[in-house]
Design a protein around this ligand. Structure first.
Ligand code: THU
Length: 160
């Protein structure tokens, strides 16, 4: 028997002004994407922007439903649409943010477990890691190099 420890790492930035121009642009696209959110139940508008290796940017936002579990997160809307539109093209980066009229979104938005699993499989399919850029409405930004840092023990096609 042995105890195993795994270290995850991420980078904190005081504001989006410290990001590269490409990262800052993707974050702005994610902020724009919140405008497409349909979130009358949570009042939490999430926006995601996916940068593909071919240079295309695909946006997505959360889409809710009166039957709550039927809705879908912004990240999966964007990633599934990117996969549908550009099959086989790797994802270089995803930016995620949120805004709300009733909550104050001070901290960077953390993607839910299901979205992390989809991000992990997106990397698995292409064999390439993506950068993940997270921000709230204001303040600091955090970035991760690869989903392994967000979901260290993802379920993979190899487990089947
Ligand atoms: N949501 C996302 O769009 N992405 C996440 O990673 C977490 C949560 C959405 C789902 C729901 O519409 C609202 O945020 C509140 O949970």
């Amino acid at each position: 028997m042995k105890k195993v420890e795994r270290i995850i790492s991420y980078t904190e930035y005081a504001s989006d002004k410290e990001l590269t121009p490409e990262e800052a642009r993707l974050l702005r696209e994610a902020e724009e994407a919140t405008r497409g959110s349909y979130s009358p139940y949570s009042h939490f508008a999430v926006g995601a922007a996916v940068l593909l290796e071919n240079g295309e940017i695909i946006r997505g936002s959360n889409q809710e439903n009166a039957a709550y579990p039927v809705g879908l997160c912004a990240e999966r809307v964007a990633l599934f649409y990117a996969s549908h539109t550009y099959p086989g093209v790797a994802v270089k980066a995803i930016a995620i943010t949120a805004k709300s009229e009733i909550h104050s979104v001070k901290d960077p938005v953390k993607p839910c477990g299901s979205c992390r699993q989809v991000m992990a499989e997106t990397e698995y399919r292409s064999g390439k890691k993506m950068k993940i850029i997270l921000k709230g409405e204001t303040g600091k930004v955090i970035t991760f190099d690869g989903t392994d840092n967000l979901l260290p023990f993802s379920f993979s096609g190899e487990d089947l």
